[in-house]
Design a protein around this ligand. Structure first.
Ligand code: HEC
Length: 139
């Protein structure tokens, strides 16, 4: 006698449940996980040096695009920071400063909510400028 299948769509159900749990877990993971640039980002080298001309151009970009959240001194205390659902971080700390220029370049280019992505808004050179400017916050 043929074994009766009480759950004819058991396999489909199992598959759907797996997919749903996967989506929920990855959303949770993204929310909770520390933001890390991929290792490959380190290989990208900063074409700029921290000379006075670069710093002054860099400051202009930073003030316009970044300061509202990251604050004048990079402490994450800009006027818009209080509206964010996540702290904007403190650029003066080793946690930020120990990352390579390439890693910072990658993060600024990609963004991560609520931080916007800048790869369409700024040129590569401007993004490198903001990296140079971020280094001036080092303590
Ligand atoms: C709307 C607010 C906002 C703006 C504007 C903004 N950021 Fe951010 N930024 C954030 C938030 C929030 C985080 C933390 C994101 C996270 O951890 O997921 C962050 C994180 C970062 C990080 C990662 C720091 C670390 O320690 O890993 C870098 C680098 C950064 N921002 C650079 C910039 C630069 C440069 C600009 C301007 C070109 C900029 N941000 C503009 C909100 C902002």
């Amino acid at each position: 006698m043929k074994k009766q299948n009480i759950f004819p769509h058991r396999k489909t159900m199992a598959l759907m449940l797996t997919i749903i749990s996967f989506i929920m877990l990855s959303a949770f993971h993204i929310q909770q996980q520390e933001w890390k640039a991929p290792a490959s980002a380190d290989a990208k080298k900063n074409p700029l040096t921290n000379d006075a001309t670069t710093i002054s151009a860099a400051k202009a970009v930073y003030v316009k695009e970044c300061q509202s959240c990251h604050g004048k001194k990079g402490k994450g205390d800009g006027p818009s920071a209080t509206d964010l659902d996540k702290p904007a971080g403190n650029f003066t700390t080793a946690k930020t400063q120990d990352q390579s220029d390439g890693a910072l370049f990658w993060k600024i280019s990609e963004g991560r909510k609520p931080m916007p992505s800048f790869k369409k808004k700024l040129t590569e050179l401007q993004i490198w400028q903001t990296v140079v400017y971020m280094r001036t916050f080092k303590q």
